[in-house]
Design a protein around this ligand. Structure first.
Ligand code: ATP
Ligand code: MG
Length: 274
């Protein structure tokens, strides 16, 4: 079944735990999809950038909002060194690889640590969702920080989120955090599109699959919570290499088997909404 099409800029009223929340859309966007996982370092930012590029390749207008205020990745992954233009009231996203991009990292020096309190993070998110001139986007992909903190809470309670994709690696330690993440989004009434098993296995030169971090854990977790399992993305050194060089694999090597996995996933996501 297709998701309900809410169109541009329509607020949604929702009752969660007896409280009513007005969830506002991100202006200038149709569908907001967050990439999350309560665990750090599982490949959320890598997934967010590559899925955004894959959605673009199949004809969607796409933006990426890097919501990781303490550890932004988008400047590095997209090799963006410029500051966004501002008229004093609004910020214009930076266009790279035909994707509209915004990150706190565009506004600070690379080596400067963000030492902010929770309310400041919330206020930065409000700026990025309400004061950025996102232009006519089909999808905005939100790259979430690790954890279940202020950022996840602000997005879930105040922004019209059309879905979350949970990225995890197959280790039990990661899955423990993922379960916490699933429960949080369920409780906050945010639809979980499904789970992705990233770095699921390694394919050796002998073409054999090596399940370095264990096998099937993400799929089992999806089943445990009655969520969809979206698929596996193997470990591949090209993924990290291309990301480090500022041009993710889907953009730099569209014919690579990993890029093809992303394109298949992007088609599935597009079908759900259009
Ligand atoms: N499929 C993959 N194959 C090989 N390396 C990968 C793969 N996916 C991610 N990586 C690498 O894993 C590391 C962590 O990825 P990434 O920064 O995307 O994780 P994250 O979940 O966003 O981290 P954080 O929680 O810090 O935001 C990076 O070096 C990235 O290149
Ligand atoms: Mg990240």
């Amino acid at each position: 079944m297709k998701e309900q099409k809410t169109g541009f800029n329509e607020a949604k009223k929702e009752k969660i735990g007896g409280k009513t929340f007005i969830k506002n859309p991100i202006l200038g966007t149709k569908f907001t999809i967050a990439i999350s996982s309560a665990k750090g370092g599982v490949g959320k930012s890598t997934f967010a950038t590559n899925i955004a590029l894959a959605l673009k390749k199949i004809g969607c207008k796409v933006g990426i909002l890097d919501a990781d205020i303490y550890g932004p990745s988008l400047p590095k992954l997209f090799s963006i060194n410029q500051k966004p233009e501002s008229d004093g009231k609004t910020l214009t996203p930076i266009n790279k690889y035909d994707i509209q991009c915004m990150s706190i990292g565009f506004l600070t020096e690379e080596q400067t640590p963000m030492i902010w309190r929770g309310p400041m993070v919330t206020s930065a998110i409000k700026t990025f969702t309400q004061k950025v001139k996102w232009n006519n986007l089909d999808f905005i992909i939100v790259d979430m920080p690790p954890g279940t903190g202020d950022t996840q809470l602000t997005f879930s309670q105040e922004i019209k989120m059309d879905g979350v994709i949970i990225v995890s690696t197959p280790q039990e330690l990661a899955l423990q955090d993922v379960r916490r993440g699933i429960k949080m989004f369920d409780k906050l009434g945010v639809k979980i599109i499904g789970l992705v098993d990233n770095m699921s296995h390694f394919v050796g030169d002998d073409k054999k699959k090596y399940h370095i971090f264990g096998e099937g854990g993400v799929k089992k977790t999806a089943e445990e919570f009655n969520k969809s399992f979206l698929g596996e993305i193997p470990i591949n050194t090209e993924v990290g290499k291309q990301g480090d060089m500022g041009k993710p694999i889907v953009e730099s090597k569209p014919e690579h088997p990993i890029s093809k996995i992303y394109l298949t996933l992007a088609n599935e996501i597009k079908k759900k909404y259009f």
